[in-house]
Ligand binder design. Structure first.
Ligand code: GDP
Ligand code: MG
Length: 354
């Protein structure tokens, strides 16, 4: 799964990219999209790894792309920007809410709500542009070949986008949904807001909760989070204990890396299950609602084909029991069949036959 970081220049995209991936970037390299792997922090994996002491510990991963090139009011967004945004599975909109002489705000005035709306507007315009061009192309084709259903849908999308309604907010039939998916509209993508706030105001939770942005997001069901990207990316370089001390000192309850990855998981409907052993402790990411057999297929197609049973224990039950044997005695480790729906945090051992 790919996270696309979008936002105006100087909002802190590259800084957040650094926090998420641990990869240091040259901030002067404007214009180039950076790609990196996000190791998804998970205290359950930490616990299992400390217990099993495996040869290898594998965390779940996401991909992050730091996408520059969004210029409000430009005639048309740059092609490289649009291509990168279209590839992303989820957009994280980074918004500037800090003062820094190295980061002049848009039109000389710091205004987070305006910046949020500017970004949404650019996404709307890109979709509208795509819709209009498609309508033109259809209309200029042979009349006999005109797909009336598609044309009707495009007209509906056009009116919505002109009224600044994102594609994700539209009620669509199953057939329309399918057509829309093919277009990969930017305003149809899952969307999360990260407000990059000055470190001096990072623990002002009341102000964050009452902000214009919070109201806007609450009303529309958009997940949002306040963090301070620069100080957090500096703290992230420290080792465990020191890191915790600094976070506490700043009254930051949880690292932005943890919160942002959790928001992304929730918004994308992702969950993790674990496999454990002396060789490897590993987190696997799947979409919510998969059966045990389908989950086995994520590990290996043989496991799906030859699936017999799954031995399952919820992480919390396992941690309480302290070992597999204790969990078995307590009855929380149980056998499940192929149609069992996997839960977030399940520790699973698949039995299969090939
Ligand atoms: N004071 C402060 N400065 C920040 C923060 N985040 C980023 N910056 C600085 O703002 C400038 C722009 O950040 P950058 O990540 O390059 O923004 P981008 O253009 O969106 O990639 C850089 O000089 C950063 O060091 C922050 O939370 N607080
Ligand atoms: Mg940048």
């Amino acid at each position: 799964m790919q996270i696309g970081l979008v936002g105006l220049s100087y909002s802190g995209k590259t800084t957040l990219f650094q926090l998420l991936t641990g990869i240091k970037q040259d901030h002067t390299m404007q214009g180039k999209a950076n790609r990196g792997v996000v190791k998804v922090p998970d205290s359950r994996v930490d616990y299992l790894s400390a217990l099993y002491k495996p040869k290898k510990t594998t965390y779940a991963t996401l991909e992050a792309v730091d996408i520059p090139g969004l210029i409000p009011g430009a005639e048309r967004s740059t092609a490289s920007f649009l291509t990168a945004v279209r590839e992303a599975d989820i957009l994280v909109n980074v918004i500037q809410d800090f003062e820094n002489p190295e980061a002049p705000p848009h039109e000389g005035e710091l205004n987070p709500q305006r910046d949020l709306e500017l970004v949404l507007y650019e996404l709307l315009l890109a979709d509208l542009d795509q819709v209009e061009r498609r309508i033109e192309r259809i209309k200029s084709g042979k009349p006999s070949k005109i797909n009336q259903e598609e044309l009707a849908l495009l007209q509906k999308l056009k009116s919505a986008l002109e009224a600044e309604i994102p594609v994700s907010s539209l009620e669509l039939s199953a057939a329309e949904e399918l057509m829309v998916r093919n277009y990969r509209f930017l305003t149809a993508k899952p969307y999360v807001v990260v407000v990059n706030v000055d470190e001096s105001r990072i623990s002002d939770h009341e102000a964050h909760s009452n902000s214009e942005i919070a109201g806007f997001c609450r009303e529309r069901g958009i997940p949002w989070h306040y963090l301070s990207a620069r100080i957090e990316s500096e703290i992230a370089e420290l080792d465990g204990e020191e890191r915790q001390l600094f976070l506490e000192e700043l009254n930051i309850k949880e690292s932005g890396l943890v919160t942002v990855t959790r928001l992304v998981y929730t918004r994308l409907g992702l969950i993790s299950f674990f496999t454990v052993g002396e060789d490897e402790v590993k987190a696997w990411t799947i979409t919510k609602g998969l059966t045990a057999r389908e989950a086995a297929g994520k590990i290996h197609s043989d496991m799906e084909r030859g699936f017999i049973r799954a031995e399952v224990v919820a992480f919390d039950d396992f941690a309480r029991a302290g070992s597999m044997n204790a969990a078995r005695t307590e009855g929380t480790l149980r056998l499940e069949g192929k149609d069992y729906i996997v839960n977030d945090g399940d520790i699973i051992h698949f039995r299969f036959n090939v």
